[in-house]
Design a protein around this ligand. Structure first.
Ligand SMILES: [Zn+2]
Length: 498
């Protein structure tokens, strides 16, 4: 397959060597990965992106995507070459206006060699022109592009960007986004943030979306199809834009009865986590046959199947909780996934308590008591589950159980101060599980290493004395009562498929 070209200019570089500034003469290639031990090839080394400008054209009938990505970045070292993560066919790359040579390598690497080496600390503008059929592209044998009868959707974790724009694909490199998509009239293009404008001409409509606050690349989303778009404003004044595929069939009512409560839920969550962090809010339900939901920033993705049993507000609570825990404060490395999922699950427990369908304590007791010590569930360590178990149910349920143990250890006042203070402390940045432990210790004044070890890191069920010490399942450990909310919460478990 023809996927890259060495431009003739690359040969000329050798003759330009004497003109290279001394400070860049020792420049070497940037790393093909950002240094995440779970996913060594994800992200790239040597630069930091501040903004993506994506100007796209998409044809729903053929799934053909054409685009120009303009990437504003700054080098963090001298670079003779750097990588982007991308799968579609590239026609041209320019670096600071000059044509650059490029080739592909590995599963998803686009290697770019600028005409001249780049010096550390310099601003760099990279323009990539590309096209392709996203649904025909795979990496590691899977795709994150979901073709629908009326278009396509990019939403997955930890990788979704490769199918629609070149990026430094790791949460460590957040950036702002302008996403402008040209689609045939009558078709809608949904993305993150604020809809700045739409414009129609000659049978095509351009949708201009803006994410004005930093966003991780996996949280950027694109959905093209026939959508019904609803708008509103939360009580706290945040504009809400929701979108529903017009082909949701029997799931339509339940989907709307859930996602239309987005503003109410975001306001409710802000009592626990602090003010909602973004200037846009919403959710969308495309007609995919996927089973999961995803916390795409400001506008979560929901699969129709999540509404098969009627409305599911709990999944909305989960994805909106991620706007603080996952999006505003992102993992430092993918091993820190508990920082996202343990808290989003715990938010569902708080909602259950709010709805009178079982307290967080009862849900924690149920998780502990309903799984015997020989259940493989307990061999997964939520604090460092390994890439193969990154989205294992234990990261969610044992992860939330660990938070209840923490709450019982430090008391409600300190616990809720931690829940609210954390998003502010690391806003728009990244943090690790160890950072969270240190923060909880600082706020509560208690040493917590042993508690974290027992509930997050031991590959075994915490012992009965440990559970008693954490006030878990003390009432009737042999006969756990299943809280009313249990099945609804379990229905949100349709996590990752590849
Ligand atoms: Zn989640």
């Amino acid at each position: 397959m023809h996927r890259g070209l060495i431009a003739p200019g690359a040969l000329a570089v050798a003759f330009l060597l004497p003109a290279i500034p001394a400070s860049a003469a020792g420049a070497s290639p940037g790393a093909p990965g950002i240094g995440d031990p779970y996913y060594p090839a994800y992200g790239n080394g040597g630069y930091d992106v501040s903004h993506y400008d994506l100007r796209l054209k998409y044809r729903p009938d053929t799934d053909r995507l054409q685009g120009t990505a303009t990437i504003l970045a700054r080098t963090t070292r001298d670079l003779s070459r750097f990588n982007l993560d991308f799968l579609l066919d590239v026609g041209e790359v320019r670096v600071n206006g000059a044509k650059a040579s490029f080739t592909t390598s590995g599963e998803h690497e686009l290697e770019v060699t600028p005409e001249r080496p780049l010096r550390k600390g310099d601003p760099v503008t990279v323009v990539v022109r590309y096209s392709g059929v996203p649904s025909q592209q795979q990496a590691y044998g899977f795709t994150s592009w979901h073709r629908t009868p009326d278009g396509g959707v990019a939403a997955n974790e930890p990788e979704a960007a490769w199918w629609w724009f070149p990026s430094n694909d790791h949460p460590l490199d957040k950036a702002t986004y302008d996403v402008s998509v040209l689609v045939p009239d009558g078709t809608q293009a949904i993305s993150n943030g604020t809809l700045q404008s739409t414009r129609s001409r000659l049978g095509w409509t351009r949708w201009n979306w803006r994410s004005a606050q930093p966003q991780a690349s996996y949280l950027a989303t694109l959905a093209v199809g026939r959508f019904d778009v609803t708008t509103g404003t939360t009580e706290s004044g945040i504009p809400v834009v929701n979108a529903y595929s017009r082909d949701l069939g029997a799931h339509d009512g339940a989907a709307r009865a859930s996602v239309e409560r987005t503003g109410e839920i975001a306001d409710w969550l802000s009592e626990y986590f602090g003010p909602y962090p973004y200037d846009a809010l919403g959710g969308y339900v495309p007609n995919t046959d996927t089973g999961y939901a995803l916390e795409t920033q400001t506008r979560p993705f929901y699969s129709p199947r999540q509404f098969a049993d009627g409305s599911n507000v709990s999944v909305v609570v989960h994805e909106l909780a991620h706007q603080w825990y996952g999006d505003l404060v992102s993992v430092r490395g993918w091993r820190d996934i508990w920082i996202n999922e343990g808290f989003a699950r715990y938010a569902q427990w708080l909602w259950s308590e709010h709805e009178g369908e079982g307290t967080a304590q009862e849900l924690a007791d149920h998780v502990y008591a309903s799984r015997p010590a020989d259940d493989p569930f307990w061999t997964v360590r939520p604090g460092d589950p390994g890439p193969e178990n990154q989205f294992h149910l234990a990261v969610y349920d044992r992860g939330a159980l660990a938070l209840q143990a923490l709450r019982n250890e430090i008391g409600d006042t300190a616990f809720f101060a931690v829940l609210k203070g954390w998003p502010r402390k690391y806003a728009h940045g990244n943090a690790s599980v160890a950072d969270f432990r240190r923060y909880a210790e600082e706020v509560s004044g208690k040493p917590l290493a042993a508690l974290f070890d027992t509930w997050l890191y031991e590959p075994a069920k915490p012992s009965a004395p440990a559970a008693r010490a954490a006030s878990v399942a003390t009432a009737s450990p042999a006969a756990p009562v299943q809280p009313k909310s249990w099945r609804k919460i379990a229905a949100t478990n349709g996590v990752h498929e590849h």
